[in-house]
Ligand binder design. Structure first.
Ligand SMILES: [Zn+2]
Length: 162
């Protein structure tokens, strides 16, 4: 009997049926990136998306899903994540903020906002970030099957890393 995480890998990579479930089995935590196109059957999974797939900033969402009886979590990072490139992401964030005129912030404020709200979710090594966050979730929920996976934004393949 495949686990919910194994089922996700099979649904996504091999389009293995069913296309719909009677009740959810999995919590997926992944990045907000527009290139991620997960193939998930209907009613199979809760999905939480956050920049860099950082579980720490969505802890109440995770607790909510786990408390509903879900026993499996797929933590999915991806290749070419903006959260792994601080200089470029900081520059484009700052530039974008200025050009939109949506906020009355000067450069110092924008930098401070970035340091406060975005920098803590950034990382340098995708594998290490995912395994660290997996271990963190596993320690919070010892009874839950937490797996780390990488989504390749070019091939759209999903791989289990541990
Ligand atoms: Zn990303």
């Amino acid at each position: 009997m495949p686990t919910p995480n194994q089922k996700l890998l099979e649904h996504h990579n091999k389009s293995i049926p069913p296309q719909s479930y009677d009740s959810p089995e999995l919590l997926v935590i992944t990045c907000i990136d527009y290139r991620i196109d997960l193939q998930v059957p209907k009613k199979f999974a809760f999905i939480v998306r956050t920049a860099g797939a950082d579980p720490r900033i969505v802890e109440s969402n995770i607790a909510f899903v786990i408390s509903s009886g879900i026993k499996s979590v797929a933590l999915i990072g991806h290749t070419k994540c903006a959260m792994s490139n601080e200089p470029q992401t900081r520059a484009s964030f700052s530039e974008g903020y200025h050009s939109t005129d949506l906020q009355d912030k000067d450069s110092g404020d924008i930098n401070e906002y970035f340091n406060d709200k975005i920098l803590p979710s950034m990382f340098q090594d995708l594998n290490k970030n995912l395994t660290d966050n997996r271990d963190y979730l596993q320690s919070m929920y010892p009874e839950v099957d937490v797996r780390a996976m990488i989504y390749d934004v070019d091939s759209h393949d999903l791989s289990l890393i541990g």
